[in-house]
Write a protein that binds this ligand. Structure first.
Ligand code: PLP
Length: 484
């Protein structure tokens, strides 16, 4: 790596990206309807024999790649949950990529491992998490790439904690509980750690509980399983479900979990960011009953991908399931002194090699401060509130589930059309085909609903007002067709 060339080329990339961000609002938000395989036709069959200038590469990105992207950083991206980027997140990402250290054991990069511990305690305090989940209270945290990875780690920890007591053969008896709104990654994770697929309980939710998981429904399912000789292992409570943004009652579920010695995980992948605002911290009430909590700063916390925070009450439970001790990685943390300050983060995750994500989150926290981050969350919540109110006031539409954060789920009412699902599907397709906004859907109680997830770093009130205009125009066009 030549430092002079590196500086010049990095500047070209930054200029390229700055231009991209200036123009991102002008691109069709969702990739235009490209033929699958189009890119393969545009690109050569093999990598070049000789290196090429960066300008040529960037030109190809502009010409061949950008038209085929869905622009997640567009201010009119309202699909899935947006993935935040910011100048601070990018600066942190550059430091992480540029320093390119690997804090898998403490000695491999002491300051990187220690910064991770500091940042996880900072984050935990900002979210109002109980002391027992922080290093300062005997727990601790790790930065992983995704909630999916974090969930597998917690399931493995819960499994091994139970099997240490029951013996390995009991794995066939272990049961995992979730709701019909829980992210599918829990099902996948349970399969990966060897829980029999027939022992994954999907407990139904309903409109009456705002699609939150009712503790008495969990209790009934657990009692049935216990009566059959099965062993309740793990319960997931979600704060901000993927489909609807629903919230499970953490405290009640925590008490249920305690009754049976189950591991309670709180998945706050999206809405955890909101907990930096005191008015949202109530949703995490009862987190002191949790064995683990996770959230994704890369969703709604101005932190470029990837970044997932996982806190555990018992680091030992996690490391018992995940630690390895090969000779070539022995260092201060593994020399038997048991120094808790010298963390070997390889024992807190699946992979060995890992990125220096802590520096990215640290830069975000320092550049915005808690005040700046709260303003970011509140700006989106205010825009979502406005959208919810406006949709509810239009008799053609209905809001399908109560909004808690910045996700609004709505649809055209059935009374305006023969098959409301078809009409709503067409409305969503028309909005997305316009290229002026991108939203995705969900199905609840058999109904097709449209999701407006406000959360893009560049999304302002005006973009939400614009998408409402667009929705009204497209709704009129679609309804016209149905009235004929
Ligand atoms: N849990 C919830 C509630 C989510 O909304 C998501 C993703 O949107 C996930 C888990 C999965 O997160 P990741 O993509 O980081 O694995």
């Amino acid at each position: 790596l030549n430092p002079e060339a590196f500086a010049g080329e990095s500047r070209s990339v930054v200029d390229f990206l700055a231009e991209y961000y200036r123009d991102v609002g002008k691109y069709p938000v969702r990739a235009a309807d490209l033929e699958p395989g189009l890119l393969r036709k545009l690109l050569p069959d093999a990598a070049p024999e000789l290196g090429e200038p960066l300008e040529d590469v960037l030109e190809d990105v502009r010409r061949d790649i950008l038209p085929g992207l869905t622009h997640w950083q567009s201010p009119s991206f309202f699909a899935y949950f947006p993935m935040n980027a910011s100048a601070a997140g990018f600066a942190g990402e550059m430091l992480s990529a540029g320093l390119n250290v690997v804090p898998f054991v403490w000695a491999a990069s002491p300051a990187a491992a220690e910064l991770e511990g500091v940042v996880m305690d900072w984050m935990g305090r900002l979210l109002g998490l109980p002391q027992r989940l922080l290093f300062s209270g005997g727990g601790g945290g790790v930065l992983q790439g995704s909630t999916c990875e974090a969930v597998v780690c917690t399931l493995a920890a819960a499994r091994d904690r139970a099997l240490a007591r029951l013996g390995h053969a009991a794995i066939m008896k272990l049961v995992v509980y979730a709701s019909d709104q829980t992210h599918v990654t829990f099902q996948k994770g349970a399969r990966l750690v060897g829980i029999p697929p027939s022992n994954f309980r999907v407990v139904p939710t309903s409109a009456a509980s705002g699609y939150g998981l009712a503790a008495d429904a969990v209790r009934a399912a657990v009692d049935r399983d216990v009566a059959r000789g099965l062993v309740p292992l793990y319960l997931c409570a979600t704060v901000g479900t993927t489909g609807l943004g629903a919230v499970d009652p953490v405290r009640e579920l925590g008490e249920e979990a305690r009754r049976h010695g189950m591991w309670l995980h709180v998945d706050a992948a999206y809405a955890g960011s909101a907990a930096i605002c005191p008015e949202f911290q109530g949703y995490l009430d009862g987190a002191e009953l949790a064995d683990s909590v996770s959230m994704n700063p890369h969703k709604w916390f101005l932190t470029n991908s990837d970044c997932c925070c996982l806190w555990v009450a018992s680091p030992r439970a996690l490391t018992s399931a995940l630690s390895t001790d090969p000779e070539y990685l022995k260092n201060v943390g593994t020399d038997g002194t048991g120094n808790p300050a010298a963390i070997d983060y390889k024992d807190w995750q699946i992979s060995l090699s890992r990125r220096f994500r802590a520096i990215k989150l640290w830069v975000v926290l320092r550049r915005y401060g808690a005040v700046g981050l709260r303003a970011h969350i509140r700006r989106h919540v205010a825009a979502a509130k406005w959208f919810e109110r406006t949709v509810a006031a239009d008799e053609r539409f209905e809001v399908v589930a109560p909004r808690k954060f910045s996700l609004v789920c709505f649809r055209l009412r059935a009374s305006f059309a023969g098959d409301a699902d078809d009409v709503n599907r067409e409305l969503l397709a028309a909005v997305n085909a316009s290229g002026r906004a991108f939203m995705t859907h969900f199905v609840v109680d058999g109904k097709f609903v449209i999701r407006l997830a406000v959360g893009g770093a560049m999304t302002e009130m005006q973009h939400v007002m614009d998408v409402w205009e667009l929705l009204q125009d497209k709704a009129e066009e679609v309804l016209q067709r149905y009235r004929l």
